[in-house]
Design a protein around this ligand. Structure first.
Ligand SMILES: [Zn+2]
Length: 418
């Protein structure tokens, strides 16, 4: 496979970043959830300074790195935009001691990740591997994740930035760069200071499958229902005992039986029972609600209120309480007001020789939250595979392609009226 001039840059960057353990921590309530994310934040800050970015700043309290590529387009031309990527890796697989390595010219067979432990990755288990025959892959040793999620995106963004800074003759508007912590634990880029970031539109880069983008996510909330029972000796319980655990079970049994993640796809929403805890005295049901459609989403939340009210009527209002906490909202209602965002992105993907693909994402992105905070923010895929696990890998060509896409995007925004 022919290499572009960016080949070594993206390869070396991802390897360097992957060696830094930046796993976030679901159980922590600190900011960031793990201090080790600063190890990469310092590295990126220094790198931005070295390549000549402007306004480089690390927020030492929040662990967010900022940088800026000043506009090179004539003053009346060139629209500013931002790029947001996340520095942390998922807590779902070991992250420390990552030993990335490169397999050149993949032949389509089994890959021996770890000779000592006999760990093999096979296209029988991971058929997507066959899309990359003849390509060079960055792999793990089978004992940790790689962290290509989202460091493959960081590598592409940095490489684009360095190229543009070395070539001021390429016209583009101002480009703001933001590197954030804790995406994998629901951080939602909360601590990205939009005033400092200073642009009106942006893209996140995250997700698998090269050439994909997302402008539509779930609406999401978390619901907690608590039940108060009355426990007495079972021998003398008649007419007195009220069993909280049974109330919880009754509540769960009233949920629509087929509207669950295991039975839904595409734009079908669901209720997902996350946990049930309890005993006779007290019980608690936690669930999450998801739907792309805002109207259907509101109806789902209303159903939970109705069911809670139904049990409250049966057992007493003091025995049932429901709290619904919004998590994020579908970005689409915001993004649709800025059609050039998706137009420029799909154009850039096509100019890089790829066929842009979009799916209604069955999840949320940092961009869902940013969009509703006033920074419309579709997502461009970072191009990694098998994220969050020991078999994660990144085809180097996918990162090279993303650099190309970003350079086209920069040029297209450079031609957009400011
Ligand atoms: Zn990610």
């Amino acid at each position: 496979m022919e290499r572009t001039p960016f080949y070594e840059q993206v390869r070396d960057r991802l390897i360097r970043y992957a060696r830094v353990d930046t796993q976030s921590d679901r159980r922590s309530s600190e900011t960031p959830t793990s201090k080790k994310q600063f190890d990469l934040a310092y590295m990126l800050r220094d790198e931005l300074v070295r390549i000549g970015a402007a306004d480089v700043w690390l927020d030492e309290a929040k662990c967010v790195v900022y940088g800026r590529l000043p506009a090179t387009a004539p003053a009346d031309k060139g629209m500013a935009f931002g790029l947001v990527t996340h520095m942390d890796t998922a807590p779902d697989a070991p992250g420390a001691g990552c030993k990335p390595w490169v397999l050149e010219d993949y032949d389509g067979g089994d890959i021996l990740l770890n000779p000592e432990e006999g760990i093999i990755m096979s296209p029988r288990d991971f058929p997507n591997l066959l899309n990359y025959v003849g390509q060079d892959l960055i792999l793990t040793d089978g004992t940790t994740l790689l962290g290509g999620d989202d460091k493959a995106a960081i590598a592409a963004v940095m490489t684009m930035a360095e190229h543009l800074l070395q070539h001021p003759e390429l016209p583009h508007g101002e480009i703001a760069l933001g590197f954030t912590p804790d995406e994998e634990v629901g951080g939602l880029a909360r601590d990205l200071d939009l005033t400092r970031f200073g642009v009106k539109v942006a893209y996140t880069l995250d997700g698998d499958y090269l050439g994909y983008y997302e402008d539509e996510t779930f609406n999401a909330s978390h619901a907690t229902v608590t039940f108060e029972g009355r426990s007495v000796h079972t021998g003398t319980a008649k007419g007195i005992l009220i069993n909280a655990a049974e109330m919880a079970a009754e509540f769960v049994s009233l949920l629509p039986p087929r509207e669950k993640p295991q039975f839904t796809e595409g734009r079908e929403g669901f209720f997902h029972l996350v946990s049930v805890q309890g005993n006779v005295e007290q019980a608690r049901v936690d669930l999450i609600v998801r739907d792309h459609n805002a109207g259907l989403f509101a109806r789902r939340e209303q159903l939970l209120r109705d069911l809670a009210a139904q049990l409250a009527e049966k057992y007493g209002p003091e025995r049932v309480s429901l709290t619904i906490t919004p998590t994020y909202r579908n970005m689409k209602e915001v993004i649709d007001q800025y059609p050039f965002l998706v137009e420029n992105l799909t154009k850039a993907i096509r100019l890089a020789g790829l066929d842009p693909q979009s799916i209604a994402f069955r999840g949320g992105t940092d961009g869902s939250a940013l969009s509703h905070r006033g920074l419309p923010c579709p997502n461009l895929s970072a191009g990694y595979e098998n994220a969050h696990g020991r078999f994660e890998y990144v085809p180097i060509r996918s990162m090279e392609k993303n650099v190309e896409i970003l350079l086209h995007l920069a040029r297209l925004f450079g031609e957009t009226e400011a």
